[in-house]
Ligand binder design. Sequence first.
Ligand SMILES: [Fe+2]
Ligand SMILES: [Fe+2]
Length: 256
Amino acid sequence: MKILFIGDIVGRPGRNILRDNLSILKKEYQFDTLIINGENAAHGKGITPKIYQEFIRLGIDVITLGNHAFAKQIILDELDCCDSLVRPRNMNPTNVGKYVKVIKTKEGTLAVHSILGEVFMNNVSESPFIAFEKSLQEVNADMHLVDFHAEATAEKQTFFYKFKDSCVAILGTHTHVTTADEMVVDGCAYISDVGMTGVTQSILGRDIEEVILNLEGEKTFYKVASGQAHLSAVLVTIVDKRATNIERIKIIQETY
Ligand SMILES: [Fe+2]
Ligand SMILES: [Fe+2]
C-alpha cells in the first residue's frame, strides 16, 4: 500500500498546483491513500468549509491542520460538516473538531493523527509526548500515522524515536522547508519536514515585500506570494502494516 502525504498547501497557488498535478501524481505513484496538510489553504492561514469541500472532491482522504487550524472563524462554525479534517490534539481550544481520523485501507485501519510540537509554538495545551501517549491508548487501529506539526528538528527526532514502534509514519510539517533526512527505521517512515506546497520565492508562501514592510511597522494582511510554485510530498510504502520505504517528491510549476 502507498500513502501520499502532501505538505502545507499555502493559499491559491498551493491549491492550484495541487489540483493541476493530482492525476499526474496518481498515475506515476499509484498511491492508495492521500493525506494533505491544509492549515494554510485559505489565503495562507486556516481553511474554510468551501476549500475543505474542494479538497474532498479531489479525492483527498484526510486533511490535517496545524497551529493555524482555526484562523478562519467560519471553519469553527461548520466543523460538523468536515468529517475528514484533523486538528492538532494538543492545541487550544481543545474541545472542537477531531484530532484523529481512522480510515480503512487495504492493509487495515489507519489512524491519522495531528500533534503540535511545543518548542517555539503558541496555543499548545499539553506536551506532545503526553498527548500522543493518550491517543495511542484511546485509538484502536492497525496502523498510526502522525503529522507532527513542529518547529524544532530535535523535538521531531525525539518524537520519532519515542513512538516509531507504534507508528507506520511520523511526518514533520510546519517549517514549510523540506528536509533531506527521510528514512525508515524499524518499520516507521520519518522526515523532519515534508515542506510546503506554495510559491517558491516567498517567506513560507507569503509575499516577501509584505513581510519586509511588516518589519518596518506597516500594517499588513498576509498577502500570499505569486509566481513559480512547488508541491512537496512524500510517498510512504507499507507492507504487512509496516513502512518499507519513504520517497521525497517535488513538483515545480508556474502558477497563476
Ligand atoms: Fe504551515
Ligand atoms: Fe504551522
